[in-house]
Design a protein around this ligand. Sequence first.
Ligand SMILES: [Zn+2]
Length: 488
Amino acid sequence: MTTFYITTAIDYVNSKPHVGHAYEKIISDVLARWHRLLGEDVYFLTGTDENAQKNAQAAQEAKIDTKTFVDKNSLAFKHLCDALAISYDDFIKTTEKRHVQVAQQIFEELSKKGDIYKGMYEGLYCYGCEAYYNEKDLVDGKCPEHNKAPTWIKQESYFFKISKYEKQVLKLVKSKNFILPESKRNEIVQRLETDGLKDLCVSRYGAEWGIEVPFDKKHKIFVWIDALVNYISALGYPDQKNYKKFWPANVHVVGKGINWFHSVIWPCILFSIGAKQPQTILVHGYLTAEGKKISKSLGNVIDPLTLIQTYGVDALRYFLIREIPFSQDGDYSEASLKARLNNELNNDLGNLVSRVLTLAEKNFKEIKKVPVDKTLSAAFDLQKIKDIVDSYELHNALSEIWTFVHAVNRYINEKKLWECKGDDLHQQIYTLLECLRVLGIVLYPFIPGAADKINQQLGVKLGTFKDCSFGKVASYKVKKGANLFTKV
Ligand SMILES: [Zn+2]
């Protein structure tokens, strides 16, 4: 059986989840569900990154111990996943024993390979990113992620000899589909070709929180090395069943700010330990809110849980996927969310389901299979939608599905269904029910709640893409339920 392993980045737990976190999890969930419908054996991993030094600082400020702090905050991310209907198979916390062991084992392996050496680090460090910076990567002397000047530090450190893998990494990042979209690949290629690879400082001397370097307890493993390893520690690297079955990952979904770590540093670790490389690093853009950067200081951090309460989880999922062209930055706007909920979800889709089921219930106790009207079956192009999803253009996949929704609505109006009778009406209703059933399948990855409701009202179970052909159901006994969506 084909396997499909997909991961989100693991989230820092020193702040609350916002709509940007929701966006990344939704993209990944759509892909995970899509591949399950393809009949693949899917493993979907998400989790939280808990070993950052800044957690210790935040915990101190909150006057609780660091472990209690990270556990509590990690729960908020898990809760968000559940509220968003994220169908993850595993949720890893990097303070878990299964992770700590593997992180230390890998550090040891890098060392045995001769890729770790002790030296003196002197340079710029951003505590927010937990990352070392070169002067020229700063914007106006400040970290571009945090808009803060990094600190000059000098300390004894372990270094990872990534310079050794420069040629290998360059070849990898240039290979087809390794980094998507292409614009994000070009950024990495350019940086590698201009700067080359300098050895990376991979330990923090004297840090109180984090995973100890196994052979030198005065040092903690640099949080990025530790964080990246989660993708294999969760699978039970190196000898457990899941690792053998699911590695290498098919897709790592990450935000653009951490593209370099995933596309360059992570491959170097994997080269060094002799593991296979992931297939694709899928880089998404950032969300702004009403045109402005989302930040605590601007006070415009949007709590996705509030949005779910107000608009429903399907509306939020649909909006974020439909509104934001993949690979670009996108804007969250409440007006636009409302408009898409009212027009596309409620009017186009919700009313369609309601109209068809009303007509079916009113005219027939049972709707037996008859040949479908080809006008509609011909308007549905599953292959086209599959190709779009394969290229990760999820917003276009929804737009293509909506082309079909519009075709079905048009059909009802053109045929004036409410005036039809007898065999004619029977054939049209059967055809329409088949359309709704097929929509229930292709919409399931995007809006699983609404898809479930469609299936329930049709009295069918969720199918797979194999069931996406017309004329499959021998007989329908439908039961109209509540509307799929509520207009706001
Ligand atoms: Zn920073």
